[in-house]
Unconditional design. Structure first.
Length: 117
C-alpha cells in the first residue's frame, strides 16, 4: 500500500513548511489528487489519520479534491474526459491519446490555528 508512504511524505512536507510554534497547530491540509493517479483516496485518508496521531499534525483534517482525468487525442486534437487509461477518443476512436490532467497529487495548502489554552 503506497498510500502509507504518500501520507508520510505529506506530513513531513507540511511539518517542514509549517511554523514551529507551541501556540499554533495545523488544522487542515488540502490536496488535489487525480483520478488516474493510482492513489486510493480512502486508504490515503486512513494512512494519514494513523500517521498524524504521533506528529505535530495530530489535529489536522485532510481535505481532498479529486481531479477528473482529461485527455487529448493526438490524431484529431479533441479534448475529452477519461476515467481509465484504456479509453479511446470519442470522436475518432483512436487510442493515440495524451493524458493532460488527472495523474497529479499536489499539496495545495494547509491552514494553522492558534491554540486556545
Amino acid at each position: 500500500m503506497h498510500e502509507v508512504s504518500i501520507a508520510n511524505s505529506i506530513i513531513e512536507t507540511v511539518q517542514n513548511l509549517a511554523p514551529a510554534s507551541e501556540n499554533e497547530y495545523v488544522s487542515t491540509v488540502q490536496l488535489k489528487v487525480g483520478q488516474l493517479s493510482s492513489i486510493e483516496i480512502d486508504a490515503l485518508r486512513f494512512s494519514f489519520d494513523i500517521i498524524k496521531s504521533k506528529t505535530s499534525l495530530n489535529k489536522a483534517e485532510l481535505i481532498i479534491e479529486v481531479i477528473e482525468g482529461k485527455a487529448q487525442c493526438i490524431n484529431c486534437h479533441e479534448f475529452f474526459p477519461i476515467h481509465s487509461f484504456a479509453t479511446p477518443c470519442p470522436t475518432c476512436n483512436s487510442y493515440h491519446i495524451k493524458i493532460v490532467e488527472g495523474k497529479e497529487m499536489k499539496i495545495v495548502s494547509f491552514e494553522t490555528e492558534i491554540n486556545n489554552k
